[in-house]
Design a protein around this ligand. Sequence first.
Ligand SMILES: *Cc1c(COP(=O)(O)O)cnc(C)c1O
Length: 396
Amino acid sequence: MRPNRPVYLDNHATTPLDPRVLAAMRPWWEENFANPHSVEHAMGREAEDAVEAARAQVAALIGAEAREVVFTSGATEANNIAIKGAARFAASQGDGRRRVVTLATEHKCVLESVRDLSAEGFEPVVLPVGPDGLLDLAALRDSLADAPTLLVSAMAVNNEIGVVQDLPAIGALAKEAGALFHTDAAQAAGRVPLDVQGMGIDLLSLSGHKIYGPKGIGALYVRRRPRVRLAPLFSGGGQERGLRSGTLPAPLAVGFGEAARLAAAEMALDAGRIAGQRERLVAALNAAVPGVRLNGHPERRVAGNLNLTFPAGTDAQALMAAAPEVCVSTGSACSSAAVEPSYVLRALGLPEAEARATLRIGIGRFTSPADVDRAAAGLAAAWRRLAAARAPEPVE
Ligand SMILES: *Cc1c(COP(=O)(O)O)cnc(C)c1O
């Protein structure tokens, strides 16, 4: 590690690779590089066995069977296959239902997938959330009663504000209405328990690099009983039961499997340690900066998320620039290149000025107490400098 390495508190954007995951992957880069579909020879069969063991590990994390797990390049692809695949398959069977329901605070890849479907004659419905970031179940019930609905897509844990949606309740409403239930669980895996049976989930998306695994791999859970049918997005060799053609990256699959195994084994341990670091950071920031406010429901949230609005007048971009030794963000990584304030915070009802005064802090498995202390000191000092520069000159 570089001695003056910045403190990394952006674990929602991506997590570092767990060294144990790297160790599990190494032989599949260095020793056996075979194509796991080359089952005519020994090296290929060995790679296939490793991929299948990884599939079982990913399945175990969500209470699924191995054959219900389809490997993809990440959660973006899994969300696209789930939403577009379900809608297109239903339409191809003459299903007359057109409504696809989702939430205003979803990841862009879900919102855009749902919106893209309107060009194919589907009816996207984007439900609002309350000021705490949680879906109003009555609004979902009304939407489901209003028109026959194909699919409900509701994320498990939000990537900006960390709130945990009530998946069992949403799943039950979807099922009652005869709709499929998809959840984007990229931020939930390894942080809150996930159980596709108990939560009534038909389709669930995962990402390797959000659970201390490698980038470039994810998975889609596709229920088999009763069977959920999807139209694939890719044409090709028919890998992954025809749902996702393309050569499986065996090293990434192995790493994803090991990351899933560790996530399941260490979830409670991680959550406890991370909650302790969060409290340490909150206490230090509260002592230094008056009136910092937490966004999102105060209890129904994951341990590592702090979405904090700083006092009026704060510009979060300027604050980050003034504290370059701390890696945090102002919103989701994909949209933060634009100067637009977070649409998630706007959906909670935050005025634009408050959204622009907000930082997303993501504490992770490898965040140390020393990291927290350095980050709090750096942010507090930067905030004081900016506030002093804004204050009018004292009158003599
Ligand atoms: C990161 C993330 C994604 C995208 O995952 P990739 O694997 O990077 O494609 C989707 N949804 C949520 C909630 C995320 O946090």
